[in-house]
Ligand binder design. Structure first.
Ligand SMILES: CC(C)(COP(=O)(O)OP(=O)(O)OC[C@H]1O[C@@H](n2cnc3c(N)ncnc32)[C@H](O)[C@@H]1OP(=O)(O)O)[C@@H](O)C(=O)NCCC(=O)NCCS
Length: 173
């Protein structure tokens, strides 16, 4: 079986990451968003991960900082996405490896929770749960069910609250 290697992006990977995103998504919005995120204060270089297959980048995921406003006060948590796998390599577990690696790398960085705005059926299998179960919503124009979340620290989302995505994300909608 071919070995998938997941690692943090480097400056040499940026074009290849664009290609992955342009091939996985319809249009340029996600590739452009990732470029903008990279220049912004919410970007965490260690949490922009590529999946390499035989030395070729075939997948990418990025986790960035988002504000979480709750009755307990404001804090920074992580938002996962955009995430992409080239169509020719999809359904082979590469997306799963990217998510598992992202969660594993986020934990030691002391963030308390991760949210995802995206296909809920996909993320629930990795331990994400409907965000509404905690009373957590977000400022993006997405259906309530499309927001899932995972606590990295028990109780982090207890009491609910609102996730404030940076305006950059609004270009996707
Ligand atoms: C979603 C994506 C990252 C999954 O990557 P992947 O490497 O194919 O994922 P895995 O192989 O680990 O898992 C595949 C499973 O994911 C599920 N899946 C894939 N796309 C899905 C989607 N859009 N909605 C719900 N589930 C999905 C399927 O159940 C699939 O299972 P199957 O192989 O038995 O059919 C990839 O399909 C992709 O890049 N899609 C286009 C971009 C996109 O939608 N990104 C996510 C934005 S939230």
């Amino acid at each position: 079986m071919q070995q998938i290697k997941v690692r943090a992006e480097t400056a040499d990977d940026l074009r290849a990451i664009d290609v992955v995103n342009l091939s996985a998504f319809q249009g340029e919005a996600e590739a452009q968003l990732i470029g903008e995120l990279r220049k912004s204060s919410v970007f965490i270089p260690d949490l922009s991960l590529v999946a390499e297959l035989n030395g070729r980048i075939v997948g990418h995921v990025v986790l960035t900082k988002v504000r979480f406003n709750s009755p307990k006060g404001g804090t920074e948590i992580l938002a996962l996405g955009p995430m992409s796998v080239v169509p020719s390599q999809s359904h082979r577990g590469i997306g799963s490896e990217l998510i598992e690696a992202a969660v594993a790398r986020a934990k030691p960085l002391c963030y308390t929770a991760i949210v995802v705005a995206g296909h809920p059926d996909y993320y629930l299998r990795f331990g994400f749960k409907p965000a509404k179960d905690w009373g957590v919503s977000c400022n993006l124009p997405i259906p309530e069910d499309a927001l899932t979340a995972m606590e990295l620290v028990d109780g982090a989302l207890q009491g609910g609250g609102t996730v404030e995505y940076p305006d950059l994300f609004k270009a996707l909608f």
